[in-house]
Structures are given as structure tokens and as C-alpha cells.
Design a protein around this ligand. Structure first.
Ligand code: 6PG
Length: 254
């Protein structure tokens, strides 16, 4: 399915639009299926979106008791570490909205990378146990997946030229990121194949080349991991501010 590309004047407009899209899709999921399963992005860009979601009018429009929160990736640090994606979501969203503790599926990176990934894989498979794909196998039918984009093209912690890109079965992998000299735990493209909505959420000039490569470059998921995120029947949105969209040609908007 062709991605929907939406460009906004600046980061503030992007955050407002991103929050409205996530809230709208969440309301739709809750109306149709009684709940919304949302995969949260890490890094710094989505913090402003989470703050918008955590304030009126959007926060009051959502039934937070029927929101189920997951993370697309996590740094292998403790949850109170300044680098933690869980901490970033707590500071910008969870401090202000009442999501039941049992609905928050944090990646337990206080464990070893292998143990955290194994626990998360088992937890996801248990959560989606009743959800089967066309082939009869359990499938991670997330309602909304929010992903950022690194300036090198990585999404979640799926970095270029790493095994995660072509992992056919595992939904979660421990990843040692050479360039960062750091361990991460990440969902894999296999975890996104049944997603109903995937939102790439990107801001800033530093990302413009990676955005162009992902959207207009040749198909090469090893170099452009965003191209490996291919929900079988889901919608893909690219929400960009003008700077991140700077290098896109007219073809991307036809
Ligand atoms: C992480 C994220 C990662 C992030 C990109 C963009 O743990 O860092 O999951 O994939 O989305 O690196 O990060 P910024 O939003 O900070 O530019």
C-alpha cells in the first residue's frame, strides 16, 4: 500500500498533527475492537507528540483504561536512566494519564539483552495468543505503531546492515549497535507485519536525506531499514515537518 505522506510547517504543527492522528486511530480501534494496542517510539522527537496526547483536548477524548502500550525498542539501561525510552514516555505522557499498570508493557532492560528480548517476545506472543494471521499462526496485530527515523535510516533499533532487518520469525531481538557501543532491544520488521497503522514520525533537516532514501531510494532494506517495515494490510503514514521533507521530490506527493 502506498504510504500517505503529510508535511507540516514546523515541529510544533507536526506534534499536534501526530497526536491527533494517534488519538484518532486509537479511538477507532477502541470503537471497533474495544481496545487500542499502541507501539511507542523512543528517542527525542516523539516527546512533543506524547505531551500533546497527555493534555486536553486529546487526553480527555481517549479511554486510557483501554490503551495497551508497548515500546518499539529500548536502550539496555535501567528504566530510570536518562537514556531510557520508558522514562521518556513516563515524563511526557504517563505522568499525566491514567493507564492501568497491567496495560503498560515495558521492555525490562534491567535484565541482560538476551533475557529482556526473550521476555518481551514471550509477553507479546502471550498478549496476541488469540490473534491469528492468514496462515493460522499468532500475529502481532498492533493497532498503531509509531516509529522515528535515525539520520542513518534506522527505525526502532533496526540499524542498517544488521541481522534484525531480515529476521523472519523473531518479533524481538537483542542488538549490539557497534556505532553506539551499546546494546539495545528492538522489535523486528516481523513484529510490524500485521500492524493496522504504521506512522513514521520525523522532524528536522538532519533526517531529510534518510527520509528521501527511505521514500525515493531504490529498494534496499539492508541500507534503508524503514523499507523493511511492510505491514501486509496496514496503512503507512509518514508525518514530516518541512525540514525533514526538504529533499523529497514531487514524485513523493503524487
Ligand atoms: C531510539 C529510537 C530510535 C529513534 C531514532 C530517532 O531508541 O533512539 O527508538 O529509533 O526513533 O533514533 O531519534 P530522535 O527522535 O532522537 O532523532
Amino acid at each position: 500500500m502506498k504510504p500517505q505522506i503529510r508535511v507540516y510547517a514546523d515541529a510544533a504543527e507536526l506534534a499536534a498533527a501526530g497526536a491527533e492522528l494517534v488519538a484518532g486511530l486509537a479511538r477507532e480501534a477502541q470503537a471497533e475492537r474495544g481496545r487500542c494496542t499502541l507501539v511507542l517510539a523512543g528517542g527525542s522527537t516523539p516527546a512533543a507528540l506524547y505531551r500533546q496526547l497527555a493534555h486536553e483536548p486529546l487526553s480527555g477524548d481517549l479511554d486510557w483504561t483501554r490503551m495497551f502500550l508497548f515500546w518499539g525498542d529500548e536502550r539496555c539501561v535501567s528504566p530510570d536512566d536518562a537514556r531510557s525510552n520508558f522514562r521518556m514516555v513516563c515524563e511526557n505522557l504517563l505522568r499525566r494519564v491514567e493507564v492501568p499498570h497491567g496495560n503498560i508493557f515495558r521492555i525490562p532492560c534491567e535484565l541482560s539483552p538476551d533475557a529482556a528480548a526473550a521476555w518481551y517476545e514471550e509477553t507479546l506472543r502471550g498478549f496476541f495468543a488469540g490473534v491469528q494471521g492468514a496462515g493460522g499462526d499468532i500475529t502481532p496485530a498492533f493497532d498503531v505503531v509509531l516509529l522515528g527515523l535515525g539520520d542513518d535510516g534506522h527505525v526502532a533499533s533496526i540499524f542498517p546492515n544488521t541481522a534484525a532487518i531480515s529476521e523472519p520469525n523473531r518479533w524481538v531481538l537483542p542488538i549490539y549497535v557497534e556505532k553506539l557501543d551499546a546494546w539495545r532491544v528492538t522489535l523486528t520488521p516481523a513484529a510490524f507485519k500485521a500492524a493496522r497503522n504504521v506512522i513514521f514520525y520525523v522532524s528536522g533537516l538532519a533526517k531529510s536525506r534518510a527520509v528521501r532514501e527511505a521514500l525515493e531510494g531504490t529498494h534496499d532494506p539492508q541500507q534503508r531499514p524503514a523499507q523493511a517495515v511492510r505491514p501486509e494490510n496496514g496503512k503507512i503514514y509518514w508525518l514530516l515537518d518541512a525540514q525533514a521533507a526538504m529533499d523529497l521530490g514531487p514524485r513523493s506527493f503524487d
